[in-house]
Write a new protein. Structure first.
Length: 375
């Protein structure tokens, strides 16, 4: 008979204040009863999906699959499918099998089947209704729903046993896109605090793939077919130079990526600006500013928005869209985008610096917790 000790790592939290003499005063937070946290965790996540993943958009909850109901289905900030398996309490190895089962089922659906799957099952249990997922995706991410899409897997719980943590770590280190997130509840003076710990995170994707050449060939054909070759490259050169960004050619348009830190502190590339070409809009170029681009340029964005007026449209997901109809119109708009790009670059640098500071503070707090536990 095999015995396995179920060890859940304890997370403790302190508030550092000052006493009446200005000396440091340590105020501990009490751990919230696990059952109480279990009862509220899923509802909290549905109302605030950002606590799971930055820029996450939930499109399904308890959606039926052949392997059973999938807890949460979402789309991350880069347009990838994200599957979440939530456990009330400690995660065990059975949860790994479940999340892989759900992901493998979705991976066998073609883009039309996936669109129907999500459209038909959205609108329940606090999830917004999506009538046409393909159209929704194109509006949110400025590109067509890919025929082959990436699926990211997440295990979420209030703790994890050592065997399960070891198995997830092994999969993540061997290029399986699986991550582990645990939550801990604390209480002080009648207030409840929820702490998130990203224990294991899959490797960030490489910014380059073998499809770059074929993507560029398809893009060049689309530029010519939609009759925007006389100014599309003028616009793309402008953004490449102004943002000093990593430029990636999708079959439907260029995208411009800046560096960000992942939850584990490693660097990855995220799209800030795209120049998609839409088949039903020949002769036009769309400039698509991701919500993260608006966030880092917020100091000037309102004034730019007022200046552009009806030319600028804000999507339901918080992105900004501007259509350009000719080279002459682009030349009139360029001074505004000069300001926006400068603000994006400066804001992105400040964001990175802040993320580094927060990483250092988190590490220092963790060391402090260890010191207090030992001494």
């Amino acid at each position: 008979m095999e015995f396995w000790e179920n060890k859940v790592k304890e997370i403790r939290l302190w508030k550092i204040a000052s006493d009446e003499h200005g000396k440091p005063l340590v105020q501990p937070f009490e751990n919230v009863n696990q059952t109480e946290t279990e009862n509220h965790l899923e509802e909290i996540i549905v109302k605030s999906p950002d606590i799971l993943l930055r820029d996450l958009k939930l499109v399904g909850r308890q959606t039926e699959t052949p392997g059973g109901p999938l807890d949460l289905l979402g789309i991350d900030g880069d347009g990838n499918l994200a599957v979440f398996e939530l456990k009330r309490g400690t995660l065990t190895r059975e949860a790994i099998a479940q999340v892989i089962d759900y992901a493998s089922y979705l991976s066998e659906l073609n883009s039309e089947e996936l669109s129907n799957h999500i459209s038909e099952r959205s609108g329940n249990l606090g999830i917004d209704k999506i009538d046409d997922f393909r159209s929704w995706y194109q509006e949110e991410f400025a590109r067509d729903l890919p025929s082959s899409y990436k699926i990211k897997m997440f295990l979420v719980g209030l703790g994890v046993d050592d065997r399960t943590r070891r198995m997830i770590s092994f999969l993540a280190k061997n290029d399986i896109d699986i991550s582990l997130i645990t939550f801990y509840g604390f209480e002080r003076e009648g207030n409840i605090f929820l702490a998130r710990h990203v224990e294991i995170e899959s490797k960030p994707p490489s910014p380059t793939t073998p499809t770059k050449k074929s993507n560029l060939e398809k893009l060049q054909k689309k530029v010519k077919d939609l009759h925007v070759d006389n100014y599309y490259y003028e616009i793309s050169t402008f953004f490449r130079n102004k943002l000093s960004a990593y430029e990636w050619p999708n079959p439907s348009g260029y995208s411009y990526n800046l560096t960000e830190l992942t939850e584990s502190g490693s660097a990855t590339h995220r799209v800030y600006v795209s120049l998609p070409l839409i088949d039903k809009h020949p002769g036009k170029v769309q400039i698509y500013l991701q919500p993260r681009a608006i966030e880092v340029s917020s100091d000037i964005f309102d004034s730019i928005k007022n200046s552009l007026g009806a030319k600028l449209k804000i999507t339901s997901g918080g992105a900004a869209i501007i259509w350009v109809n000719s080279l002459q119109e682009w030349e009139k708009l360029r001074p505004q985008f000069d300001k926006i790009c400068t603000a994006i670059v400066e804001g992105s640098k400040k964001k990175q610096e802040q993320e580094v500071v927060e990483e250092f503070q988190d590490a220092s707090q963790h060391v402090g917790e260890i010191d207090k536990a030992l001494f």
